[in-house]
Write a protein that binds this ligand. Structure first.
Ligand code: VG1
Ligand code: CO
Length: 544
């Protein structure tokens, strides 16, 4: 094997965000940009020699090229074996599953998740550790520091490999094993959920569903699991053929970007159940007939009903949610008598809790739910979990959620995003909020009184690491909250996220439109943060 050490110059902008390094494809196409980052990953890992690495991505434009480069660099850096999904594909949760199942040292996942793809779209790369989860901040910071000093990278000279058929190749002594990207993951799902019962429900003639893969990675997974193993008819799968540009769409499963599915579920003859997943397969949106389940409620409902599924029949050790996620799950944890953990945004903060057996289910308001079965959030897992509940409870989605509210109360919840606003102005808005921290307690806004306002900091209960500046919280005396933070996944300007939450115990008051129920808090958010002034926008870009 011919290995060359190539000279290079550092780039200053390779600090990983909430979920890896995400940039425009054109940024990744700069000379050595990808190579620098990959070498920085390898340089941050000790004991890599002879180890196994997992590589795959969501299939977006640049995925194929990146996989070939990573394989040559892995060989030059002494890896022993690389497992790569056929076609260079692996959904994020499937990559996590494969890392764990095959005892790999770690994995490199190529994805910018729900961000649009194509030559003018986004690309992304992140490193996952041996537990299958996103590298913790300590490692991502080391990667970043390496990227600032890098002067050379190692790459083997080798022709592109054929990755489109399952089989083995060699680059020097390193083995490249092209694996079926779906089967390990599908088998794991079958262990967790009652496929016989779901199959019976789907084939009962009384149940209709749709799943929208949004032309992204979950297409092949949905075909194998929903169609081949559970008997869903092909016409129930929408946009199931992955495309390099995701069909020009924005594969973010929410009410705005998954409009095609939403229209079907809100039509006169709507099916009973609808679901969608995102670009890399780790997010999910759950819909009933003319009914939207907020992700925070979904987490709470899954937790309250987990004992009805084979995989979780013995109960939950604990529940973890990201700070901005609604407190609906807290009430379930309380009733179950289990611990509730509140972490910063991003799945990497759940890894330690899952490894330590402190949490079983995790969730984020951003359409992410998952469990200790892998170390990523998992879109199809959530869909199957819901199908299992529907098959057991034999009630509609709406019935399940509204009876949950009656029992636990409803946490009205909404997130307002202001996308691609001026970065400097957004920074000024956040700085002002930060400067106000600790000063608002006791201030009244209409019926609401501020209990405290702070900048959320998290101390990991397992390793004691501290993460600061994770979002401004304004908490009110009745438990309502407004949270402000800037996105760490965008690639253009800044995205301001405002999270709004209010608790309603009275069943008579639980069926309002959330925007209506949260109207006072929306006004208070404007008063406190002067959103219009700083963003120059009258309304949010996306409301979920
Ligand atoms: C967003 C979400 C966060 C999620 C992250 C990655 O981050 O808010 O909850 O973990 O995306 O999701 P941010 O920093 O933009 O708010 V995904 O599906 O990229 O992998
Ligand atoms: Co994603």
């Amino acid at each position: 094997m011919n290995v060359t050490e190539k000279e290079t110059q550092p780039y200053a902008d390779q600090r990983p965000g909430t979920s890896g390094l995400r940039k425009k494809v054109t940024v990744f196409q700069q000379a050595n940009y990808l190579e620098n980052f990959v070498q920085s990953i390898f340089d941050s890992l000790e004991g890599l020699q002879g180890q196994t690495l997992v590589v795959g991505g969501d299939g977006r434009y640049f995925n194929r090229h990146a996989v070939q480069v990573i394989l040559r660099m892995a060989a030059a850096n002494g890896l022993g074996r690389v497992l790569v999904g056929r076609g260079g594909l692996l959904s994020t949760p499937a990559a996590s599953c494969v890392i764990r199942k095959h005892g790999a040292f770690g994995g490199i996942i190529l994805s910018a998740s729900h961000n649009p793809a194509g030559p003018d779209g986004d690309f992304g790369i992140k490193y996952n550790i041996g537990n299958g989860g996103p590298a913790p901040e300590k490692i991502t910071e080391t990667i970043y520091q390496n990227s600032r000093e890098i002067r050379r990278y190692r790459i083997a000279e080798h022709a592109d490999l054929d990755l489109d058929t399952v089989g083995e190749h060699h680059i020097g002594t390193m083995v490249v094993e092209v694996i079926d990207p779906v089967s390990d993951y599908a088998d794991l799902m079958q262990q967790l959920f009652d496929f016989d019962r779901i199959h019976a429900l789907i084939n009962s003639g009384l149940f209709q569903m749709r799943f929208d893969a949004m032309h992204a990675i979950t297409g092949p997974y949905a075909v194998e699991i929903l169609e081949n193993r559970l008997g869903v008819t092909p016409d129930a799968l929408m946009n199931a053929v992955p495309k390099e540009d995701f069909g020009g769409g924005h594969p973010d499963p929410n009410l705005v970007y998954a409009k095609e599915l939403v229209d079907v579920l809100f039509a006169a003859d709507a099916p009973d159940f609808g679901a969608a997943s995102d670009g890399d397969g780790d997010r999910n949106m759950i819909l009933g007939r003319k009914f939207f389940v907020t992700p925070s409620d979904s987490l709470a409902v899954l937790a309250a009903n987990a004992h009805l599924t084979p995989g979780y029949r013995l109960g939950l050790a604990g529940i973890a949610r990201s700070m901005p996620t609604s407190q609906a799950a807290d009430r379930v944890a309380e009733r179950l008598g289990i611990e509730l953990y509140e972490t910063p945004t991003g799945w990497k903060f759940f890894g330690n809790l899952l490894d330590a057996g402190k949490a079983t289910l995790c969730g984020e308001e951003s359409f992410g739910t998952g469990s200790d079965h892998v170390r990523e959030k998992d879109g199809l897992w959530a869909v199957l979990f819901w199908l299992n509940l529907l098959a057991v409870r034999k009630e509609s989605v709406q019935k399940i959620v509204t009876s949950h509210w009656r029992s636990y109360g409803r946490n009205y919840y909404s997130r307002h995003d202001y996308e691609n606003v001026d970065g400097e102005r957004a920074g000024e808005l956040m700085k002002r909020l930060r400067d106000q921290c600790g000063t608002l307690a006791g201030t009244r806004y209409g019926n609401y009184e501020v209990a405290f306002n702070d900048d959320f900091a998290y101390t990991d209960p397992v390793d004691g690491s501290i993460s600061e500046r994770q979002g401004i919280r304004v908490a009110f005396s009745d438990g309502s909250r407004i949270v402000f933070r800037l996105s760490g996944t965008g690639t253009e300007g800044a995205t301001l996220r405002i999270y709004l939450e209010r608790y309603e115990a009275d069943p008579e008051q639980q069926l309002q439109d959330p925007q209506h129920a949260l109207a006072d808090l929306i006004n208070i958010a404007e008063q406190i943060a002067r959103i219009r002034h700083y963003t120059g926008r009258e309304t949010p870009t996306v409301i979920t």
